[in-house]
Design a protein around this ligand. Sequence first.
Ligand SMILES: [Zn+2]
Length: 496
Amino acid sequence: MKQCFGYVRVSTKKQEEGVSLDAQRDAILAFAEQRNLTVTKWFEEKQTAAKLGRAVFNGMMKDLRRGAADGVIFHKIDRSVRNLSDWDAVSQLPNLGIDVHIVTESIDFNSRGGRLTADILAVIAADFIRNHQAEVKKGQLGRLKQGLYPFRAPIGYLDNNTRRTTPKQRDLPKRICPIKGPLVREMFELYATGEHSMRSLMPEMEKRGLRNHAGKPLSKHGIETILRNPFYTGLIVMQRSGDVHQGIHEPLVTPSMFKQVQEIKAGKAGKKVTRHNHLYRGLFRCALCGGPMSLERQKAHIYYRCQQSDCPTTTVREDNLEQEVRSHLRALQLSEEDQAKLMQEWEAWLAKDERLAKQRSVALQVDQIKARLERLTDLLIDGTLGKDEFNTRKQRFALEMREKQAELQKATIEHLNAHEMQKFLELMKNLAGLYACAKPAEKRWMVQEWFSNRTVDGRTPCLKPQNWLQSRDLGQLAPHVKQHDPLFEPLSRISK
Ligand SMILES: [Zn+2]
């Protein structure tokens, strides 16, 4: 009785029907019994057709060439090969005296005709797989263009696929997972404070209950993957090609939050993050000798010391520096009147703004196209217009409409900046309060951004606020609105 290997493979879950591993195995066993063969060892593979490197297949081929069996039994040719180079390896086996059996095809590998038939079947199988891959890609691109993500949902989102997925369900956007979604958002927020590293997020997120797809706590790599995935802002970016698609799923984080996280990440790359960064480390210099102030902890207090031994500036306590910062901020805040006045000016400026006029005119054009489209449909219904002519014109309108809608969206986004101005003025009204409840990283940012000169003279802290911060002029303030995006989050925290 000749000893044979049995090889079974499923490529995707969908293909299991009718040719499940068990069904393949049964067919092979029945075949073996008829031919008086025994199956001494099974090789089993579950992989998608496209994935490279089939360890099981390669291992089996190696064993066969070593003479570990007299032959091998496949279920079908398209189950045995994924591509022609696989097939080439299989078709070499008879030359080495190893039998190749295929259950569904009676092929005599020892005859020229039989081998030709097998070769042709293999070519067809390889072509089928290639075509299948192309079809899959085409389908994916179509979904991407609709704003759908045709892959597994990232952590924090849910697929709409269930075991019995109808095509309709598959075309739904990913949903935010009610449990993991908010946790992912928290993770972005935590990292954005600057008080966390990827490493310190690991135990923190584990404690809060965030798990990966396998139900395990996230690794550092897993955390990094989430923090750099723009999917969470609503975009779909293909990693390999870099293609960007506007997703239709609900975003978990704002673009400004995402940007902040990327900036912090970039700033931290290569640098070691110490969790307890002293508040003003590196921010103050000695006013007398110009040297940096170094940090010193004594008992309960933190001191900043001039490093020159003969300098009259010795040390200053961190609380004193902080007090100085606070009193400056209180003096710099916008008053209610200032805010109202600036808001009025801003609105007046906006009203004049060409963008608003543009927005209105584009909206009007969209309405006009809609009306024309309706008239066109009437013409079709009463028979004035043929179906072909109708379709051509409709397509032209649809294209025009999409262009206009994109224009309108752009104008609207630019207009949204007006809200940012409002928030910014709100922020300028609350400088001291904002500082008081800010996290350390935010405090550092404020001191750095708002004071151009930070020194210590003897024991006296000296701070010079930026000119724009002292001005009550819209033209000077406006360029700083964008830069203050990161503080809108803490601002919403204190206004709660
Ligand atoms: Zn000094």
